[in-house]
Design a protein around this ligand. Structure first.
Ligand code: GZL
Length: 326
């Protein structure tokens, strides 16, 4: 941690202490000024940017200090951030693990320091579930199932006898990638109308979603692909650009199933350019801070916490849908 970072963190702590004096926000007047160390994995998507904003706003609403470190898609930077939170003895550590593996050592350090850890948005692989106090985030298996259920409904509606599916997946070894794939495959399993001809990683990035779609079209041709199942809207929006350039009609010549629910993607759905968007809300901040507040009061909190989520399809009337905010 450079001197600049130390001074910044000290400044943040002072702000938090000042903010905490005599405040009357959600945590209640007079509560001590809690400090939350938050390691965000990056800024790869509109979803991620919305998630960070949600955390920053919630910390303000609850009157908690927030030490935010953005790892810019690097696990080593997340681990370094968690170590800095331990050395500053924050009250709670919250982080969104970019991948599921490789966290036991640093989480053991947090455990030894007596600092509770909340996993937000993504899970970890560990043999010791005392290394984290709670998980709060989507049920990605359910999201994948919703994508598969839509495709079956679409095939029923069109009478399709066979559909070639290409999957553009999120970051390898991340929870949403693993479980959105597993849930989707589970939903279409045994249905002879569907064949997944290829899965490629777009790493949740729009630019890579575009590259993947271009490569897939080269390999299979416009007649060879009936469905694109994309693990997030950014990659879907990249794929749309390629389909347009190829003279294909998105959502007609190629069925597009996406996940997240970013405004730009919802607008594409409303315009008939996407068929289905499975919602994944980034607005987890308030629920995270409620868990932090409960922990600070010595209250037990649930180990797993899932937000309510839905699915938006071409079959729905979306005219009354509120602005998405991300
Ligand atoms: C899902 C989140 C994913 C989003 C992507 O909870 O981890 O990461 O679906 C984001 O947009 O990059």
């Amino acid at each position: 941690m450079t001197m600049k970072h130390r001074l910044l963190a000290l400044l943040l702590l002072c702000c938090a202490l000042v903010a905490g004096c005599g405040r009357t926000d959600k945590a209640g007047a007079g509560a001590s000024a809690l400090v939350v160390g938050f390691s965000q994995l990056g800024s790869e998507s509109g979803w991620r940017i919305g998630n960070t904003a949600s955390m920053e706003q919630a910390a303000k609403d609850w009157g908690f200090g927030l030490m935010l470190e953005n790892a810019n898609q690097r696990q080593d930077k997340q681990i370094a951030a968690i170590r800095s939170f331990i050395s500053y003895q924050v009250d709670v550590i919250v982080f969104s693990p970019i991948v599921q593996t490789g966290w036991d050592n640093v989480l053991n350090e947090a455990k030894k320091a007596g600092i509770p850890v909340i996993l937000m948005d993504r899970m970890i692989d560990t043999g010791d579930d005392t290394l984290y106090t709670a998980y709060i985030g989507a049920d990605f298996l359910a999201e994948g199932r919703r994508a598969g259920e839509f495709l079956k409904r679409k095939a029923d509606a069109t009478g399709a006898e066979h559909m070639n599916i290409v999957e553009i997946t999120g970051t390898e070894d991340s929870t949403p990638m693993r479980d959105r794939q597993a849930g989707f495959m589970e939903a279409i399993a045994g249905d002879g109308r569907f064949e997944v001809i290829e899965s490629v990683s777009g790493d949740f990035l729009r630019s890579k979603g575009e590259e993947c779609m271009r490569d897939l079209l080269k390999r299979y041709g416009p007649e060879g692909i009936d469905v694109v199942y994309s693990h997030n809207d950014e990659m879907t929006l990249g794929a749309l650009k390629v389909l347009d350039e190829a003279g294909l009609k998105p959502a007609e010549d190629v069925i597009l199933i996406s996940v997240d629910g970013q405004q730009e993607a919802i607008d594409a759905l409303k315009a008939g350019r996407v068929n289905c968007i499975v919602e994944c809300t980034p607005n987890l901040g308030d629920a995270v801070m409620a868990l932090v507040d409960a922990l600070s009061k010595g209250e037990a909190i649930p180990k797993r916490n899932h937000p309510e989520e839905t699915v938006f399809t071409e079959f729905d009337d979306l005219s009354g849908l509120a602005p998405r905010g991300y």
